[in-house]
Ligand binder design. Structure first.
Ligand code: GDP
Length: 432
């Protein structure tokens, strides 16, 4: 999601403008004692496009050197934003502080949109033309308070935003795509047969969808699912042919084609290197993950306790995966599969509202700041969710974070927002 930063001297009306841009859907946070209103991001939409608008707020009111303060603020805006909205008070005109900020802004390649705020009438609009002298092009005359000119401004912001990735949001959604994978003999065919009821219950067609002939449409938990690339599972004869290399390619392409993977493991055996490789494929492909321990009927009660410990250790890199103990043979817990798939997919597509994300983050870094290294501690300025499926987050920081601290943030993010059954990507964008 693109980021628009609003900068300018105190009292030029930045907060009012941000309120205007977000349409007061979320009230701009009041000043809370001890918490600076610095860099608060909000979700906004215009003409069907979503973006994040960052209210760069004010700096410390007692800042001695205002020119330096605004330069620092502008620097942050330049580093984190896709578009900078530079607000000037049309009644006051440009000041030397504004000129200092412009110098900084122009050194960057970021598009800057100049707003002459408080242009409440045409007389002031005439005055605003003098702002051409700032060298930022045409000033947009706006009255953030009354709404005058805000539509034109938003259009200009949209034009300056980077090209939106084409997301086909409303494609008619066919069945969810599931990869049923695992090494030979873990029970994939047995499980598939349980769902397809000896082939008869296989749904042949679902309105409006085309299904690859190698896929199977099956009913699981009252819902139709598309199990990708099950051709090999159905023709049991084909199983002996092909090398392990070929099988592994096939597994990788099934995972790639799927939204969620069910990795089948054999509970009567230890987790092997091959099992781990398949799990890694799912994580690296960024797919939702359900781990099904099949043949649970073979595990006797004594062993279960130790098995759980062993499994925790083997799967410590992916504690977020949803685990099920089932038996394709007896049918035990097979009914748990559909709810697990739904849960994993819901996590995979979760979007955390920007304001909520940053409220949580502010509290987290206040309670546990980044450790000091070389006399300074990198600061996290704010975060946005850059995408879903899987959820991807970007942390804007003053410097690269320690790997350990980044893991800590991820763990806490999961504690707060769940994401059970889904990988989560966090990337750090240090200010340059
Ligand atoms: P695939 O290679 O992963 O497709 O595995 P298969 O479905 O062919 O199963 C391999 C063997 O494990 C067969 O002999 C199955 O009968 C057996 N099997 C599959 N699921 C279970 C289970 O839940 N419990 C037990 N005891 N055996 C199972």
């Amino acid at each position: 999601q693109p980021v628009v930063a609003v900068v300018g001297r105190p009292n030029v009306g930045k907060s009012t403008l941000v309120n205007r841009i977000i349409g007061r859907r979320q009230a701009v946070v009041e000043d809370i004692p001890g918490v600076t209103r610095d860099r608060v991001p909000y979700d906004a939409q215009w003409n069907g496009r979503s973006f994040t608008v960052v209210d760069t707020g004010g700096w410390e009111p007692d800042a001695r050197d205002r020119a330096a303060a605004i330069a620092a603020q502008a620097e942050i805006a330049v580093a984190t934003a896709d578009v900078v909205v530079f607000v000037v008070d049309a009644m006051v005109g440009s000041t030397d502080v504004d000129e200092a900020a412009v110098k900084m802004l122009r050194r960057s390649a970021k598009p800057v949109i100049l707003v002459a705020n408080k242009t409440d009438n045409t007389a002031i609009e005439m005055e605003a033309t003098s702002l051409w002298s700032l060298g930022l092009g045409e000033p947009y005359p706006v009255s953030a308070l009354h709404g005058r000119g805000s539509g034109e401004l938003l259009d200009a912001i949209m034009d300056a935003l980077p090209e939106a990735p084409k997301i086909v949001e409303n494609r008619p959604r066919g069945p969810r795509r599931v990869a049923l994978v695992g090494r030979p003999n873990v029970g994939k065919s047995s499980l598939l047969n349980r769902f397809s009821g000896e082939e008869r219950a296989v749904v042949d067609s679902v309105a409006g969808t085309t299904v690859d002939p190698v896929d199977s449409l099956v009913q699981i938990g009252g819902e139709t699912w598309q199990l990708v690339d099950t051709a090999g599972l159905r023709k049991r004869v084909g199983k002996a042919s092909g090398t392990e290399y070929y099988a592994s390619l096939r597994t990788a392409s099934a995972i790639e084609a799927a939204e969620v993977a069910v990795v089948l493991l054999d509970s009567s055996e230890v987790i092997s290197e091959q099992d781990q490789r398949i799990l890694s494929m799912v994580v690296e492909a960024g797919r939702a993950l359900v781990i099904a321990f099949n043949k649970w009927d073979l595990v006797d009660a004594d062993r279960r306790y130790y098995l759980d410990k062993e499994i925790d250790r083997e799967l410590r890199r992916i504690p977020w995966a949803i685990r099920l103990n089932l038996s394709a043979q007896t049918g035990r817990a097979v009914d748990k599969l559909a709810p697990a798939l739904r849960k994993a997919l819901a996590s995979w597509e979760t979007r955390v509202p920007t304001a909520q994300l940053n409220q949580w983050l502010t509290a987290l870094v206040q309670a546990t700041p980044h450790p000091v290294r070389g006399g300074r501690a990198p600061k996290i300025l704010f975060a946005t969710q850059a995408g879903v499926a899987p959820p991807r987050f970007v942390l804007f920081t003053t410097a690269p974070l320690d790997a350990g601290y980044q893991r800590f943030v991820e763990r806490k993010l999961r504690e707060e927002f769940g994401f059970e059954g889904s990988p989560v990507e966090i990337s750090v964008r240090p200010r340059k």
